[in-house]
Design a protein around this ligand. Structure first.
Ligand code: CP
Ligand code: NVA
Length: 295
């Protein structure tokens, strides 16, 4: 897949991700001055949702607005992706109206099919497979807090899901050691992940501790079973104390306090989850400028 779209971290190299994040940093510091407020004038972004969202929707919609462009949200009840109309027809019609399209969906094949038939860039705003926009904001946050990436250790405790996968891919690209801790059967199957069911060992010398929900959107029917299987993997203050004393806690949000993380950890001085959530806006603005200015 070409860099014309943003479907997965794996399609990108380190220098392009660095370039997008440089744009993001510039946009973050210069937006208040009014610079960039015209840079995507007359450009339009379509946001297609088959799953709920708060951060992704608001950050893309507002980000486009702050850059002088327009956006429109299309919920699946209106579009009927693959039901009312085929993905390939939707792609061709929407890309004749819009300059860029974001989609949040279930099967990753819907994202890739949309991209194949779209004449404008397509952004993966989360599929069951990956969440690359989240990984961009995660790396931006890590770089701000721990600029010397070489030698960092990240310990992800929880389900080997879409967020975990994109985070692993971006860590791999930037040489951040990635440890995944989960119950048997929920491991990320990718090469290069250090998998452990021993939380104490995985947290030793960790600089970053990360988690996500145990049951993702679309897995609601498995919630009770997953709560039982993951019950020993809740991130508590006692567990955080096993990581480095200056370790930070990240979560893509929404969080389920009392499940994957305690209220105390969420509210602790080590928690940077709201800083991380804010960076979704800046990172995606960098991505929009990159995709629309270069193609
Ligand atoms: N982290 C994230 O993608 O949040 P939303 O589901 O609210 O967009
Ligand atoms: N893994 C979660 C992430 C939500 C942002 C999900 O897919 O529901």
């Amino acid at each position: 897949m070409s860099e014309r779209h943003f479907l997965d971290i794996l399609d990108y190299d380190r220098s392009t991700i660095n370039h997008i994040l440089q744009l993001a940093n510039q946009l973050k510091s210069e937006t208040v001055k009014g610079n960039w407020s015209d840079c995507l004038r007359h450009k339009s972004l379509g946001l297609l949702f088959q799953k709920p969202s708060m951060r992704t929707r608001v950050s893309f919609e507002l980000g486009m607005n702050q850059l002088g462009g327009t956006s429109l949200v299309l919920q699946n009840q209106e579009i009927g992706i693959g039901e009312r109309e085929s993905v390939s027809d939707i792609a061709r019609v929407l890309s004749s109206y819009l300059d860029i399209i974001m989609i949040r969906t279930f099967e990753h094949s819907i994202v890739t099919e949309l991209a194949r038939y779209s004449s404008v860039p397509v952004i993966n705003g989360l599929s069951d497979f990956s969440h690359p926009c989240q990984a961009l904001a995660d790396l931006m946050t890590i770089k701000e807090l721990k600029p010397n990436l070489a030698g960092l250790k990240l310990c992800y405790i929880g389900d080997g899901n879409n967020v975990c996968r994109s985070l692993f891919h971006i860590c791999k690209l930037f040489n951040i050691s990635f440890y995944h801790c989960c119950p048997a059967g929920f491991e990320l199957p990718d090469d290069g992940v250090v998998v452990s069911d021993n939380i104490d060992n995985a947290l030793q010398n960790a600089d970053i501790v990360y988690t996500d929900v145990w049951a993702s959107m679309g897995q609601e029917a498995e919630t009770a079973k997953r709560l039982q299987l993951f019950k020993d993997f809740c991130i508590t203050s006692e567990l955080m104390a096993k990581a480095n004393s200056d370790a930070v806690f990240l979560h893509c949000l929404p969080a389920h306090r009392g499940q994957e993380v305690t209220h105390d950890v969420m509210e602790s001085a080590q928690s940077v989850v709201f800083h991380q959530a804010e960076n979704r806006l800046h990172a995606q603005k960098g991505l929009l400028v990159y995709l629309l200015e270069n193609h």
